[in-house]
Design a binder for this molecule. Sequence first.
Ligand SMILES: [Zn+2]
Length: 55
Amino acid sequence: MLKLPPGQEPAAGDHRTSVVERGSFASARCSCGWTGPARRARDRARRDARAHTQD
Ligand SMILES: [Zn+2]
């Protein structure tokens, strides 16, 4: 499991997204365990995260 800083522990039904960079790619991640596809643009990853939280 990923260790999160205090105050960012995932809560049930809570979707906290962040963008993680891997080399030249960025992908969205959520506290629920969801991970978006790797994107070349951070903005795209952020859009993936937004689409996920709107589900
Ligand atoms: Zn989620």
